[in-house]
Structures are given as structure tokens and as C-alpha cells.
Design a protein around this ligand. Structure first.
Ligand SMILES: Nc1ncnc2c1ncn2[C@@H]1O[C@H](COP(=O)(O)OP(=O)(O)OP(=O)(O)O)[C@@H](O)[C@H]1O
Length: 286
């Protein structure tokens, strides 16, 4: 399934312009949407499952115009699941299992099929042990996982997440990214928004930079991640790692042969390089 945006404009009911002539093809498996506060990230994500309808331009699904009647929206929301930034905007049932079963029940599946989907989604998010817990009595990070499990219970082709790591501690962040990575490897397309350029660079194959409702840049992480000037134009800090790698590559040209996404990747490669002692001896003797 491929979602694309063709000259999409969106204005909220009070007249606030939020998207201006957004044209995008969502083709890569892992896509990060970056932009400062008010850039239009949430508004764009809400268009992906039909929660918002463009006030101008078109959203296309495999090349065909999205349909906003009830059948069209039901079909779109089975294929594209949206996880809101605040889990409390999404969770409403008394227990975790009831909440996660809501989507599959609405699809009219029988009890056994619903139960299978709930078990699968909870296992995927590693929260099977929370199934009987009251949703209101969970921690923020746990509620976030439950909200994602609810989206996964629809077995979507595209999982769209608004700032999925906001409010998570570093370990929870890392665990969530590993889970999302596992889903991507299984073929689920992941599209998420974030303010964290390093995280976007580490996880995503493709970055989209939004600024004042417009797409300022869209490109492969490996290239766009190193373009500090474009990040600055979007009012963002560029990812640190590509800049560090560029500086280190001047000392170790072999680094250019690797696609290093994380600090851990860099440390591993640096540990395997000849030691700096050898390097400085070579410099002294030359
Ligand atoms: N419900 C609304 N009614 C009117 N204007 C809105 C509404 N929601 C958002 N906007 C406006 O639309 C623009 C884009 O907002 P949006 O929430 O999409 O940005 P964002 O990039 O997700 O921001 P943040 O990083 O702060 O979450 C902003 O100017 C905002 O004030």
C-alpha cells in the first residue's frame, strides 16, 4: 500500500492554516516527520487515516483518491492505524484487554478471532501480563504501549505514530524503537513524528522536514541527516551523529564505508579500527 499527498492544503475551522501544498510519496519502510512546534506534523499524520480531510489537494491510496464515505474510511482505518501522542486521548475501556479488543470487535470478527488478535498485539508490545489491568492504573509508558497494541490489533499495513517516544525514559524509548523496528522488518510501514533528530536519524530510512505547514525537505536519512543547513532552516537541530562521523572520517577515511545510525554503531566500528596510538605514531614518523 502506498499513501501519497498531492498539493494538500489544510485549514482548521477557525481559519488557521496548517498545511500548504504538501506533496509527498510515503514509500520508505521507516519514515520520520520532523518539524518544530506548530510545523504541521500532527495535522499531516491525521490526514493519513482520514481523521482529517484536505481542504485542498488530494490524499491518494495506491494512486486512487482516498474516499471519505463511511466504507472508504473504515477500509482506510483498517490499513492505516494511527497512534495519538497522548494515550489518554485513545484509551477509554476499563481494562487493557477490552481496550485492545475494541478495533477487532468493530470489524465484526467472532470472539475467538478477536481474542487471537488481542493476544497477538499484546505479545507484540510485550505487555501480555497487563491484559487484565485497569487502563487508568497504568504508568504513562505502559498506557503508550497499550495504545500501540490497540492500533496493531487492526493488523495495519501502515502504523502512524505521533511522537511515540515523547515522555518515555531512555530504556523504554530504546525498547519501543526495537519493537517498531521488528514490525518494520515484518513489513509494516512505520511513519512517526518527532522533535528528536538523532532518534529520527537512527531509526528512519527517510526523513521529511516540515516547516510552517510546508515540506522543506524530504530525502534519505543518510543524505538529509548530514544537511545541517536545511535542519537549521526548519528551526531544528541537525542530528549529531552525521556531524561527528564527518569529523571522524577525516581521521579514519574507512568510516565512510559504513552506514552508522547510532552511537553504539560508531563505537563498535571505532573499536575495530587501528588504535589512535598507531595512528599518531604513523603521523610522527611521516
Ligand atoms: N484544532 C485546531 N484548531 C485550530 N488550529 C489548529 C488546531 N490544531 C492545530 N492547529 C494549528 O495548526 C498548525 C499546525 O499544528 P500541528 O499540531 O499540526 O503542529 P505540530 O508540528 O504537530 O506541532 P507540535 O510539535 O507542537 O505538536 C499550528 O499553527 C496550530 O496552531
Amino acid at each position: 500500500m502506498k499513501l501519497s499527498f498531492d498539493q494538500v492544503h489544510y485549514r482548521y475551522a477557525d481559519g488557521s492554516p496548517a498545511l500548504e501544498a504538501v506533496s509527498l510519496d510515503l514509500a520508505a519502510r521507516r519514515i520520520a516527520l520532523l518539524g518544530c512546534n506548530g510545523a504541521g506534523k500532527t495535522t499531516l499524520l491525521l490526514h493519513m487515516n482520514g481523521s482529517l480531510r484536505p481542504t485542498g489537494g488530494r490524499v491518494r491510496i495506491d494512486g486512487a483518491d482516498a474516499s471519505y464515505d463511511s466504507a472508504g474510511l473504515t477500509s482506510l482505518r483498517q490499513r492505516v492505524a494511527l497512534v495519538l501522542q497522548d494515550p489518554d486521548d485513545q484509551l477509554f475501556a476499563a481494562t487493557v484487554a477490552e481496550d485492545v479488543s475494541f478495533g477487532p470487535m468493530n470489524l465484526g470478527l467472532d470472539r475467538a478471532a478477536v481474542a487471537a488478535r488481542v493476544a497477538e498485539a499484546l505479545a507484540e508490545m510485550d505487555i501480555a501480563d497487563l491484559a487484565r489491568r485497569a487502563t487508568h492504573a497504568l504508568s504513562f509508558g505502559q498506557r503508550k504501549r497499550v495504545a500501540i497494541a490497540g492500533a496493531l490489533s487492526m493488523r495495519p499495513e501502515i502504523l502512524v505514530l505521533d511522537e511515540p517516544t515523547a515522555g518515555l525514559d531512555p530504556l523504554a524509548k530504546r525498547n519501543l524503537l526495537a519493537t517498531l523496528d521488528g514490525l518494520a522488518m515484518r513489513g509494516v510501514q512505520i511513519v512517526f513524528s518527532t522533535h528528536d533528530a538523532d532518534l529520527a536519524y537512527a531509526f528512519a530510512d527517510h526523513l521529511v522536514l516540515l516547516h510552517r505547514g510546508r515540506v522543506l525537505a524530504s530525502g534519505a536519512s543518510a543524505e538529509l541527516g548530514g544537511d545541517a543547513a536545511t535542519f537549521a532552516a526548519a528551526g531544528l537541530e541537525a542530528p549529531y551523529l552525521p556531524r561527528l562521523i564527518a569529523a571522524l572520517t577525516a581521521l579514519h577515511p574507512g568510516l565512510a564505508d559504513h552506514r552508522l545510525r547510532t552511537r553504539e554503531d560508531l563505537l563498535e566500528i571505532l573499536a575495530a579500527l587501528p588504535s589512535s596510538g598507531t595512528h599518531s605514531q604513523r603521523r610522527r614518523s611521516s
